[in-house]
Design a protein around this ligand. Structure first.
Ligand SMILES: Nc1ncnc2c1ncn2[C@@H]1O[C@H](COP(=O)(O)OP(=O)(O)OP(=O)(O)O)[C@@H](O)[C@H]1O
Length: 615
C-alpha cells in the first residue's frame, strides 16, 4: 500500500491543534506561586504508514514533550487537541497495543546476549499460546531486520565491554520491534552516536518504515545527508511549529520566505539557527522571538498548512466514524510465567556478572574474617565481655551495610529496565520486586551461611547449634533489611550516590542510637529510647545478647580482685544492659523478620509513584 493510500484509509498518525501545558513553581520554596507554562502550542502533523517523521528543534523546543504527548505517555500537565492513529482516536491502551516507544537511553541488562535480551522480551510480550520456537523465530527476524546477526550471541554490555553504542541502540529498537508495532516512537535515537553510526540508525528507521510502519522520532543536529532519509519534517521552537511537511519541500518553502540556505551550509543547521529564540539578552530575545512569530504566521498561511489541514480533516472524519478499536496484537502473560521469566532473566544477568557475583557471595565472609582477626577467639572470662560486645555490635552492623551496598551495585540497572518495561505495560512493581528478591535469594543465603558458619565458630560464640541457627537467621534478616533499605532509597532517589548516603545515614543512626552496645539504651534521652522502638538494631542487639549471654559463666581471672569482676554470669550482664532480652527473644525475632519483610514491600509504593512521574 502506498503512503498516500494508507493515509486515505486512515493508516497514519495524525495530530491537530495539540497543545500541552503544565503548572510549575519557579522555585522549590513551598510558598512559591504556581504558574501556568505552555510547552506546546497548536501542533499539527501527519505521518503516514510507510513514512518517517523527524521532529527537529533546539534544546527545550518541545520535541520530547510532543513525542510523549503523541505516545500518550503520562507526563502530567494538560493536553488538548486531537490525535488519531490508524483510523482511531488515540488512547493509551491503543498506543500500548500497536506502538513502541524507544527511550533516549538504552536501558538493557548488560550481561545478557542480544538474542537473550530479545527472547526474554518476547516471553514477556508475546502470547503464552505461542511456542518458544515461534518466539525465537520472531526474535531472529527482528535481529535480521535490525542488522544485528553478527552480534546476536554477544553480551549487550554497559560499563563493561559489549556492543557498540549503535548496536546497543538497535537492540533498544529491537525490544520495541518484538510486537511488530505499526508505529514506532523514538526519542533522540541518534544521541551519543557518531555521525556515521547516526546515519546508519536513521537508514534503519527508514527501512523499518518502508514495511508499512509509521516511524516518528526527535533528532538533534543531524548531518545534512541524513535529511534526505526523512519523509516528513517538523521544525519546532519554543513549542511553536514553524514547519510540518515533506522534507523535500522544506528548502523551497523557506526560499519562498526569503530564507535561502547559504551554499555549503547544512540546511537543517541554518533553519534551526533561524528559528531558535536567543535568550542571551532581552534585545536578542525580542528580535529572535519576533522572527519566530512571523515564521509561524507564514506557515499557518501557507499552502502546505492548508493541504495538511484538509488531510487532517479527512483523517478525523474516518476516525470519528469508526466504531471499533484496533485489533489487539498484545497478549500479556499471567502472573506466574511472568514472574518466572523475570526471575530467570535476572538470574542469568547476575550469574554472568563475575565481579558482582563474587562480591555478593564473599563480602560477608571477608567481613567475618576481618572481625575474627580483630577479636580472635573469645574467652569466657571477665575481659571477654568487652570483646564479645564488640563482636556482636559488628555482627549487627556489618550485614546491614553489606546488604545495602549489594543493592547499590545490583538494583539501579534493573530498576531502570523496570521503569522502561513497566511504562510499556509489561508488568508491575510487585512482579519486579518479587523477582528481584527471588533471584538474589540464593546469593543472600549463601553469603550469610559463609559469614555465620565461619565467624560464629571461629570466634567461639556460645557453643550450641540451635543458637547458631538463631544467629544465622538474624544475620540473614539484617542483610535483607540493609538491601531493602537500599532498594527503598534507590526507589526514592534516582542518583545512586544520594541513595547510598541516605541509606548509610539511616543505618549509622539506627546502630548508634538503638543497638545499646555503645551506650546503654536506658541511659539515653527518653525520646531516643522511644525512637529506638522503630529501629531494627534495637531488636537485633537484644536477640544477639540473649542468644550469646544466656547461661554463660564469666570467670574472674586470678590476677583481678573480685571487685573488678562486674559480672559472674551472662544473665547479670543481660539484666543490667538489656533487661527483658531473654523473655522477648522470640517476639524480637518475629519483629526483626516482620521489619525486614515490610521494608522489602515498601519500595513498591515508591517505585509505582516514581515510575508515573518519570518521562
Ligand atoms: N513537566 C514539565 N514541567 C515543567 N516544564 C517542563 C515539563 N516538561 C517539559 N518542560 C519544559 O518544556 C520545554 C520543552 O521540553 P522538552 O524536553 O520537550 O524539549 P526538547 O526539545 O525535547 O529538549 P531537548 O532536546 O533538550 O531534550 C523545556 O523548557 C522544559 O523544561
Amino acid at each position: 500500500m502506498s503512503a498516500a493510500a494508507a493515509a486515505a484509509e486512515g493508516h497514519c498518525l495524525a495530530f491537530r491543534n495539540v497543545s500541552y501545558s503544565v503548572q510549575v513553581k519557579h522555585s522549590r520554596s513551598p510558598f512559591a506561586p504556581v504558574v501556568h507554562k505552555d510547552i506546546l502550542m497548536h501542533s499539527h502533523g501527519l505521518v503516514e504508514a510507510g513514512q518517517t517523521m523527524a521532529i527537529l528543534g533546539s534544546s527545550g523546543s518541545g520535541k520530547t514533550s510532543l513525542l510523549d504527548v503523541l505516545a500518550c505517555r503520562n507526563i502530567g500537565g494538560t493536553v488538548t487537541g486531537d490525535i488519531y492513529l490508524n483510523g482511531a482516536r488515540v488512547t493509551s491502551e491503543l498506543i500500548q497495543d500497536v506502538a513502541g516507544y524507544v527511550m533516549q537511553d538504552d536501558r538493557l541488562l548488560p550481561n545478557l546476549t542480544v538474542t537473550e535480551t530479545l527472547f526474554y522480551i518476547a516471553a514477556l510480550k508475546l502470547p503464552s499460546s505461542m511456542t518458544d520456537a515461534d518466539k525465537m523465530e520472531r526474535v531472529n527476524s527482528v535481529i535480521a531486520e535490525l542488522g544485528l546477526r553478527h552480534v546476536a550471541g554477544n553480551r549487550v554490555g554497559g560499563n563493561t565491554r559489549g556492543l557498540s553504542g549503535g548496536e546497543r541502540r538497535r537492540v533498544s529498537i529491537g525490544v520495541q520491534m518484538i510486537l511488530d508495532p505499526s508505529v514506532l516512537f523514538l526519542d533522540e535515537p541518534t544521541s551519543g552516536l557518531d555521525a556515521f553510526t547516526a546515519t546508519a540508525i536513521v537508514k534503519t528507521l527508514s527501512q523499518l518504515a518502508r514495511r508499512n510502519r509509521t516511524v516518528i522520532f526527535t533528532i538533534h543536529q543531524p548531518r545534512s545527508d541524513i535529511c534526505q532519509l526523512f519523509d516528513q519534517v517538523m521544525l519546532m521552537s519554543k513549542g511553536y511549529t514553524v514547519y510540518t511537511g515533506s522534507a523535500q519541500n522544506m528548502l523551497p518553502y523557506f526560499s519562498t520566505l526569503g530564507f535561502e540556505c547559504p551554499e555549503y551550509s547544512n540546511p537543517l543547521d541554518y533553519f534551526l539557527d533561524t528559528i531558535t529564540v536567543d535568550d542571551r539578552s532581552q534585545q536578542t530575545f525580542d528580535i529572535s522571538f519576533a522572527i519566530l512569530q512571523s515564521l509561524v504566521g507564514c506557515y499557518e498561511r501557507s499552502a502546505t498548512y492548508t493541504e495538511l489541514q484538509t488531510k487532517l480533516g479527512q483523517v478525523a472524519q474516518i476516525a470519528e466514524a469508526a466504531t471499533q478499536r484496533q485489533v489487539l496484537n498484545r497478549a500479556s502473560e499471567s502472573c506466574l510465567p511472568q514472574l518466572n521469566t523475570l526471575t530467570g532473566r535476572a538470574t542469568v544477568n547476575l550469574r554472568r556478572d563475575a565481579d558482582g557475583l563474587n562480591a555478593r557471595l564473599t563480602q560477608q565472609l571477608l567481613f567475618g574474617v576481618l572481625i575474627f582477626i580483630f577479636v580472635f577467639r573469645l574467652k569466657t572470662d571477665q575481659p571477654s565481655v568487652q570483646n564479645r560486645t564488640g563482636f556482636l555490635y559488628e555482627a549487627i552492623s556489618g550485614p546491614v551495610f553489606i546488604g545495602m551496598l549489594n543493592a547499590m551495585a545490583l538494583f539501579p540497572t534493573q530498576r531502570d529496565v523496570f521503569y522502561r518495561e513497566s511504562r510499556d505495560g509489561l508488568y508491575g512493581a510487585s512482579a519486579f520486586l518479587l523477582s528481584y528478591t527471588l533471584h538474589a535469594l540464593w546469593t543472600d543465603v549463601t553469603a550469610i551461611l559463609l559469614f555465620s558458619g565461619f565467624s560464629y565458630w571461629a570466634v567461639g560464640l556460645y557453643s550450641s547449634f540451635a543458637r547458631f541457627c538463631i544467629f544465622t537467621t538474624v544475620m540473614y534478616f539484617l542483610q535483607l533489611f540493609g538491601e531493602s533499605l537500599g532498594l527503598l532509597t534507590l526507589s526514592f532517589f534516582y542518583e545512586t550516590t544520594v541513595a547510598n548516603q541516605a541509606a548509610s545515614l539511616i543505618i549509622s543512626a539506627s546502630a548508634l542510637v538503638a543497638s545499646g552496645f555503645l551506650r546503654s539504651t536506658q541511659s539515653i534521652p527518653v525520646f531516643l529510647q522511644y525512637m529506638g522502638y522503630a529501629t531494627l538494631h534495637k531488636y537485633a542487639s537484644e536477640v544477639m545478647v540473649a542468644n550469646e549471654y544466656q547461661g554463660l559463666q564469666l570467670e574472674c581471672p586470678a590476677n583481678l580482685p573480685p571487685s573488678a569482676c562486674e559480672y559472674q554470669n551472662g544473665e547479670q550482664y543481660i539484666d543490667e544492659m538489656f533487661p527483658g532480652a531473654v523473655e522477648h527473644l522470640w517476639r524480637n525475632i518475629g519483629i526483626i523478620a516482620g521489619f525486614a519483610t515490610a521494608l522489602r514491600i515498601l519500595p513498591y509504593f515508591f517505585l509505582k509513584f516514581v515510575q508515573r512521574s518519570l518521562r
